[in-house]
Design a protein around this ligand. Structure first.
Ligand SMILES: Cc1cc2nc3c(=O)[nH]c(=O)nc-3n(C[C@H](O)[C@H](O)[C@H](O)COP(=O)(O)O)c2cc1C
Length: 149
């Protein structure tokens, strides 16, 4: 296996053969028991591919499926989405996807399948724009961290 150098900000040491081998090992998530096929993860990215009102329509879905399909083909074990807001009126970016009720469940499934057909695990990041330290009213968050201030 060729040696891998980490980016400068993490130091320039070469990963040991043992660490490199670990990257292709599966990982079991502690709560769900789901098995991630390797240690590579596509980080969350605000795709900004939703409709102006936050609803997922066919053309938005087609674009999301297209890009997630390409990311999944890359082989990462885990693919994290950008913000999926739980309140259409409180979005982090104008074109965030928003899911408030069962209206979009069918389309969310199609979106998930774009990734799962490659054997990847897709993590949906549910978010609420009010859950930020600068606007500490009606905080609603999926994070387990308590924010001070
Ligand atoms: C919901 C969500 C959306 C994000 N959107 C972006 C984004 O649009 N662009 C970006 O550079 N990072 C975004 N991030 C942060 C990246 O996922 C990542 O954590 C960050 O770039 C740090 O990665 P690094 O530690 O590899 O440098 C987002 C994070 C979350 C949780």
């Amino acid at each position: 296996m060729p040696s891998i150098s980490t980016p400068n900000r993490y130091g320039t040491e070469t990963l040991s053969a043992e660490d490199q081998a670990l990257l292709s090992e599966p990982l079991t998530l502690p709560f769900s028991g789901k098995v991630i096929k390797n240690r590579f993860c596509k980080a969350a990215l605000s795709e900004n591919l939703g409709r102006k009102d936050g609803q997922l329509d066919k053309s938005n879905l087609d674009r999301l499926v297209n890009v997630y399909n390409a990311w999944a083909e890359g082989g990462s074990g885990m693919i994290l989405t950008g913000n999926v807001m739980v309140d259409r009126t409180m979005r982090e970016m104008e074109l965030n996807v928003a899911v408030e009720d069962e209206r979009d469940i069918g389309r969310l499934k199609v979106w998930a399948q774009a990734v799962q057909k490659h054997g990847e695990f897709k993590g949906l990041i549910l978010d609420h724009a009010r859950g930020t330290p600068s606007t500490p009213m009606n905080i609603c968050s999926c994070a387990d961290q308590i924010l001070d201030g």
